[in-house]
Design a protein around this ligand. Sequence first.
Ligand SMILES: NC(=O)c1ccc[n+]([C@@H]2O[C@H](COP(=O)([O-])OP(=O)(O)OC[C@H]3O[C@@H](n4cnc5c(N)ncnc54)[C@H](O)[C@@H]3O)[C@@H](O)[C@H]2O)c1
Length: 299
Amino acid sequence: MAEIRFDGKVAVVTGAGGGLGRTHALLLASRGAKVVVNDLGGAPDGTGESTMMADKVVEEIRAAGGEAVPNYDSVSTMEGGANIIKTATDSFGRIDILINNAGILRDVSFMKMPEDSWDIIFSVHVKGSFCCTKAAWPIMREQQYGRIIMTSSAAGIYGNFGQTNYSAAKMALIGLGQTLALEGKKYNIHSNTIAPIADSRLTATVLPDDIRKKLKPEYVSPLVAYLCSEQCEHTGGLFEVGAGSFFHLQWSRSAGSTMKTDEVSIERVADNFGKITDMTGAKQVGSIQESTMSFMENL
Ligand SMILES: NC(=O)c1ccc[n+]([C@@H]2O[C@H](COP(=O)([O-])OP(=O)(O)OC[C@H]3O[C@@H](n4cnc5c(N)ncnc54)[C@H](O)[C@@H]3O)[C@@H](O)[C@H]2O)c1
């Protein structure tokens, strides 16, 4: 297969000063993309800031012969999002690819979850992806080309102890990415979502050292780059990715139970609960229309 390249394309990678964002940025730049390396440069819990992290990755890209500029704004304000995208248009004249990757953690059991830990997680992950995408969207629409990535998590899909804030935010990103895929389709703007697993400072406290060392973020970036390529026609996808494995996820629904509407009662629900929750013969549901239709058919 011919090498997949990004010559002439401009990419913004948020939170690219380390971990997954760094390897996404390095890979795209190594294949010809001009890259904005955004990073606030703070701690894993979202406190502090510095220019060092973004600068270091820009240096790495330039040392390898690539083109990159740094940006130090926080993704989580409208001004920050606008400025991140403006860095791309001012420096390179356009924006083709937006990888919403910036993230932090504030893990604590729900019982002890303070409001500020809830808010900051939503602010960085959900509002941050909104602010950056909102600034890029009109440009992508106008040029009839765009590739957007949302970074979700298995914690969002399956839930994870001590991560109610993070799980809820990561699930929100799936909804954001899915709806953008629908709204962007006719403008050739694709939106896909990944739930990665990789060694980074965010997994430092969660995974054992020997396993972590083998989970290179480099194993995740090729899928991200492919989804951001001109060659890839897929949109609205959700992928679990890491350690050399790649999976596509789709909702499936039990065969369920349908009763006459005038017979609906608590007891009928209780009687049929086994059937409602039995996933034998579950079917995939591909769209909201398909979902809605199955209800309408019983009216
Ligand atoms: N590593 C994993 O296994 C894993 C699993 C699931 C999801 N994720 C997600 O992948 C993304 C990347 O995480 P990572 O594991 O590479 O960790 P990381 O800490 O190395 O990367 C996150 C980067 O985002 C930056 N950042 C934080 N807040 C920011 C803000 N407001 N504005 C701009 N930059 C900001 C940080 O400085 C950091 O460099 C995150 O969204 C994370 O939730 C990672």
